[in-house]
Design a protein around this ligand. Structure first.
Ligand SMILES: Cc1cc2nc3c(=O)[nH]c(=O)nc-3n(C[C@H](O)[C@H](O)[C@H](O)COP(=O)(O)OP(=O)(O)OC[C@H]3O[C@@H](n4cnc5c(N)ncnc54)[C@H](O)[C@@H]3O)c2cc1C
Length: 560
C-alpha cells in the first residue's frame, strides 16, 4: 500500500469513502471487490478512532433475546461466522460465563431457556471446516464450576452459572488494516492523514471532496460520482456544509471506556458480572442501580467494560480524553462487582475511550441507552442532494454487513450492473488459511530464520498467511528477522514493513496499529526507541522529530 496523493488528485472515482474506521474500511473493500474505482481517505491513521476502542468481542447478540430481536440476533450470528471464515487469523470462540442466582429472571432455569433459544436461533453457526472455530451449545454449571471460571466470585443467592460461546478478535486494529490492505489489493487508492474538509458540489450533486494533507497542509480535490461519509463520531461535521446549513444531527454521542488490567483474572474466559453503581441526576439526587460489566480475558490481560457516559461537548469529539477520575470511579465499580479480583490502579495498564451513538438515558437510573440500529442515509431522500451517502454504525461486529448494504445502494445510484458482494466468502489479507491451529503449528515447526516460537505465534495471529510479507525482508538481511530490542515477540522487519507497505507515518501507528506491541500496555523504553530508530532511518527524521514521536507515544498511556 502506497500513499499516492497524485493519483488521488488525478483519478475520477466511482466512490470516495471518507473515514477508515471499520465501516469505511469494509465499505472500500466491498466496493473494490465488486469492481468499482474507489478512494479511501482517513484524517488520522487507519482505525485510530472508535474502532480502536473495542472490547474485542465479536458478538453473536445473545442480549438481543431480551428484546426478542431475532433479526438482529441472526445478523450478528451470521457475521460472527463470516468473520471466522474470512479472517481466521483474528477471530476465534471465547467461553462466556454469567453467574445465576435464585431470583426468577437470573435463575439457572431462566438462563438455560435463553441459552436453548440462542442455540436454536444460531442453529447454523458451525458451518466452517475448522475445529478451532467450533461453537458449542450453551449449558449451565454449578457454583463450584463458576469458581473455576471466575475465581473467588461469591454472592448471596449465587447458585451456578450460564455458559455460552461468543467470539473474540485477537487484534482489532490489524484486522481493520487487513480490510484496508484487501481494498488496496483490489485497486482502491487509500491514504491516511488526509482530511476531507469540504464536499464539492455541482448544483445539487456532490461530485467530490476537498482534502488537506495533515502533514504538509497542502490541499487537493478528489473527484468521484458518489461520496460515502463514514466518519464515525465526525459524520455531522462533514454534513454541516449540506445546503449551507447543518442538518439534523445523525446521532447524539455517548463516551464509552474500557480498561485493560495486566492480569488474566478469569483463566481465559469472559464473564458478565452485575455490579452496583450510583447515578447522580443533574438536580443532585442520587439513584442506585445495577449494571452488567463485561470482563474478557485477552492474551495475558483482562479487558473490562464498558463505562458509558453522556458526552456534552457534542461538536468536538476530538476533545474527549479518558480522565483519571473516570478510571478511578470505574475501577471502584469493578471491584464492587468482583471483590475477589482486588484490582489495583497500577494494574490498569491501558484504557480505551471512544464514542457510541446514544438513543437516550433511562429516566430513573440515568443509564445511557445506546442506539440499536445502524443508519444508511441517502441524502437524495433526506436533503435532495445526490451523490452522498452517510453511514453510522453501532458495532464493529456487523460492519461488513452494513458495508454490503451501502454498496448495494451505491450500485443502484450509479445505475451500474451489480455483480453482488463477495465479502462473505473472500478471505481478507492474510486470511488464506484452512485450519488455523494446523497453520500455526506448521509455521512454528518450520521455524524460519530460527525465530522464537512466541514470535512465530504472534506473526501467525497478526499477519496470518501474509507473514511471508514480513519474512521477505530477512532475504536481504537476516538482521530483519531478529527481535526488536526490548520485545519478546515483535521482529524488526515488522516496523520496516509498517513504514514501507502499511503507511505508518507516526511512531504511534507502529506501536498501536502495525506491530501491536502497545495495545495492552506501554511497551518498554528500549522497544519504543528501537522502533523509532528504524522509522527515523526510513523517514529521514532528525533527532528532534524522533524525540517528539517518542514523547507522543508515552503520552498515550497517561490519563488527563
Ligand atoms: C469502548 C468501546 C468498546 C466497544 N466494543 C465493541 C465490541 O466489543 N464489539 C463490537 O462489535 N463493537 C464494539 N464497539 C463499537 C465499535 O467499536 C464501533 O461501532 C465501530 O468501531 C464504529 O466504527 P466507525 O468506522 O463507524 O467509526 P470510527 O472507527 O470512529 O471511524 C471513523 C473514521 O473516520 C475518520 N474521519 C472522520 N472525519 C473525517 C474526515 N473529515 N476526513 C477523513 N477522515 C475522517 C476518523 O478519523 C475515524 O478514523 C465498541 C465501542 C467503544 C467506544
Amino acid at each position: 500500500m502506497k500513499r499516492d496523493l497524485n493519483t488521488l488528485a488525478n483519478t475520477e472515482y466511482d466512490l470516495i469513502v471518507i473515514g477508515s474506521g471499520i465501516y469505511g474500511a469494509n465499505t472500500a473493500w466491498d466496493a473494490a471487490l465488486r469492481g468499482l474505482k474507489v478512494a479511501l481517505i482517513e484524517k488520522d491513521d487507519f482505525g485510530g478512532a472508535t474502532s480502536a476502542n473495542s472490547l474485542k468481542t465479536i458478538h453473536g447478540g445473545l442480549r438481543y433475546l431480551q428484546q426478542l430481536d431475532f433479526k438482529r440476533m441472526r445478523e450478528s450470528i451470521r457475521e460472527r461466522m463470516i468473520l471466522m471464515r474470512i479472517a481466521p487469523q483474528f477471530v476465534y470462540p471465547l467461553r462466556v460465563v454469567m453467574p445465576t442466582y435464585s431470583y426468577k429472571m437470573k435463575s439457572r432455569p431462566a438462563l438455560m431457556a435463553a441459552l436453548i433459544a440462542n442455540d436454536i436461533i444460531g442453529f447454523d453457526r458451525n458451518g466452517l471446516n475448522d475445529p478451532h472455530k467450533y461453537m458449542p451449545n450453551g449449558y449451565t454449571v454449578s457454583s463450584k464450576k463458576v469458581d473455576e471460571y471466575i475465581p473467588g466470585y461469591t454472592k448471596y443467592n449465587l447458585n451456578g452459572g450460564a455458559v455460552w460461546y461468543d467470539c473474540q478478535c485477537y487484534n482489532t486494529e490489524r484486522m481493520l488494516l487487513s480490510f484496508v490492505h484487501s481494498a488496496a489489493e483490489h485497486g482502491a487508492d487509500v491514504a491516511n492523514y488526509l482530511k476531507a474538509t469540504e464536499l464539492i458540489y455541482d448544483g445539487k450533486r456532490v461530485v467530490g471532496v476537498k482534502t488537506k494533507d495533515e502533514f504538509t497542509g497542502n490541499t487537493l480535490d478528489i473527484r468521484g460520482k458518489i461520496v460515502i461519509n463514514s466518519g464515525g463520531p465526525w459524520v455531522d461535521q462533514l454534513l454541516a456544509s449540506l445546503n449551507g446549513k447543518a442538518p439534523e444531527r445523525k446521532f447524539t454521542l455517548s463516551s464509552a471506556m474500557n480498561i485493560v488490567v495486566k492480569r488474566n483474572l478469569l483463566n481465559g474466559n469472559a464473564a458478565g458480572i452485575s455490579g452496583p453503581y450510583k447515578y447522580i441526576h443533574p438536580d443532585g439526587s442520587e439513584y442506585n442501580a445495577h449494571r452488567i460489566l463485561f470482563f474478557s480475558s485477552w492474551r495475558d490481560y483482562t479487558i473490562i467494560g464498558t463505562n458509558h457516559l453522556v458526552y456534552h461537548k457534542k461538536d468536538a469529539p476530538e476533545q474527549y480524553k479518558v480522565s483519571e477520575a473516570e478510571i478511578q470511579d470505574f475501577l471502584a465499580c469493578v471491584n464492587q462487582a468482583y471483590p475477589a479480583a482486588e484490582i489495583k490502579r497500577n494494574e490498569v495498564t491501558f484504557f480505551y475511550g471512544g464514542f457510541l451513538p446514544m438513543a437516550g438515558q433511562h429516566p430513573n437510573s440515568g443509564e445511557v441507552q445506546l442506539e440499536k440500529h445502524y443508519q444508511i442515509c441517502d441524502h437524495m431522500a433526506s436533503h435532495k442532494i445526490d451523490g452522498l451517502i452517510t453511514v453510522v454504525g453501532v458495532k464493529y461486529t456487523t460492519a461488513r454487513d452494513v458495508a454490503k448494504k451501502t454498496i448495494d445502494l451505491a450500485f443502484k445510484k450509479l445505475g451500474k450492473k451489480d455483480p453482488g458482494t463477495k465479502t462473505d466468502v473472500t478471505p481478507i489479507y492474510g486470511g488464506e488459511i484452512n485450519r488455523f491451529l494446523d497453520f500455526q503449528e506448521q509455521l512454528v515447526s518450520n521455524q524460519p530464520y530460527k525465530i522464537p516460537e512466541a514470535s512465530l505465534k504472534h506473526l501467525s495471529y497478526n499477519y496470518g498467511s501474509a507473514y511471508k510479507d514480513i519474512l521477505q525482508y530477512a532475504e536481504d538481511s537476516a538482521d530483519w528477522a531478529q527481535l526488536l530490542p526490548g520485545s519478546d515477540e515483535v521482529l524488526k522487519a515488522e516496523v520496516l514493513h509498517g513504514v514501507r507497505e502499511e503507511m505508518a507515518m507516526k511512531l504511534s501507528d507502529i506501536i498501536l496499529r502495525r506491530t501491536d506491541m502497545g495495545s495492552g500496555e506501554q511497551p518498554n523504553a528500549d522497544a519504543i526507541s528501537a522502533a523509532a530508530d528504524i522509522m527515523a532511518a526510513e523517514l529521514k527524521w532528525d533527532d528532534k522529530r524522533k524525540q517528539q514521536e517518542i514523547d507522543d507515544v508515552n503520552q498515550i498511556y497517561v490519563s488527563v
